[in-house]
Design a protein around this ligand. Structure first.
Ligand code: HEM
Length: 229
């Protein structure tokens, strides 16, 4: 079954080609049709504007979270393409019970001995999102995944297993098509509506997760997540 975040794309313009329909008249590039019947000054304006169009138009066809279908027939009511580390979050939140079902997808996994993690941080700030993060960790080794929880108290963590500050059930991780997916159900304090979350990846040596890269993609992998919007 398709994720209910799915958006009908039949009517969308493909900004890469400029075509937006299959009819004969409309098979001419969109930019040419916009120019039809314009005065020279207007044409100049449209030509200039077209130079910037790739910056202005988002490309909905590349937004992968809304189109994702889970193998396991799981369905989530909301989803978001995260801005770093090829990651996507799908969730269903019941604000009155605090029950949060999530699937965190982390793509681009091209080697074994990797860890990925997604965490909520109920007590931290966006500027220091790691200390206090309540992490769901998945480790991929020898083609198999194992998932566990790890409360992070400092930057010196080795992601030791431990209980989080809220109950977690149904924790599982899968690996397929170079993507690790973590599934879990979290029970948050009722009334929560937004929270800091952070996500990350790194390598595993022996059985110990090592510190992640400090590139901007890694250290910026955090934001405030609005659970109900
Ligand atoms: C072996 C595990 C880990 C180690 C050793 C580690 C270590 C570090 C260190 C040393 C920094 C730089 C701190 C500074 O700027 O002074 C950092 C930053 C950061 N880490 Fe980790 N980290 C680990 C796991 C994680 C996990 C699991 C997450 C999220 C799920 C995460 C998210 C972040 C973020 C977002 C930053 C940027 C600074 C901040 O907002 O706190 N890290 N990490």
């Amino acid at each position: 079954m398709r994720d209910t975040c799915w958006i009908d794309q039949k009517s969308r313009v493909d900004y890469a080609t400029g075509y937006n329909s299959t009819s004969r008249q409309q098979r001419r590039p969109m930019a040419m049709r916009i120019m039809d019947g314009r005065r020279p000054k207007e044409k100049k304006f449209y030509r200039l504007a077209s130079l910037f169009s790739p910056l202005c138009f988002s490309r909905p066809l590349l937004k992968t979270a809304p189109n994702y279908t889970f193998n396991s027939s799981r369905v989530f009511s909301r989803c978001r393409d995260l801005p770093h580390l090829s990651s996507h979050l799908h969730w269903t939140f019941n604000q009155s019970t605090g029950q949060l079902d999530i699937a965190y997808r982390h793509g681009g996994i091209n080697s074994t001995n990797k860890w990925v993690a997604w965490a909520l941080n109920p007590t931290g700030s966006v500027s220091a999102a790691m200390p206090g993060a309540q992490a769901l960790v998945a480790i991929l080794q020898n083609g198999t995944t194992r998932a566990y929880t790890s409360p992070i108290s400092s930057y010196a963590t080795s992601l030791q297993a431990g209980n989080l500050s809220f109950p977690v059930s149904g924790l599982a991780a899968t690996y397929q098509n170079r993507e690790i997916i973590i599934f879990a159900t979290l029970t948050l304090n009722g009334g929560a509506s937004s929270m800091i979350h952070t996500w990350q990846e790194g390598v595993v040596s022996g059985s110990t997760p090592q510190a992640h890269s400090m590139s901007s993609d890694n250290t910026n992998a955090k934001e405030t997540l609005n659970l109900v919007d």
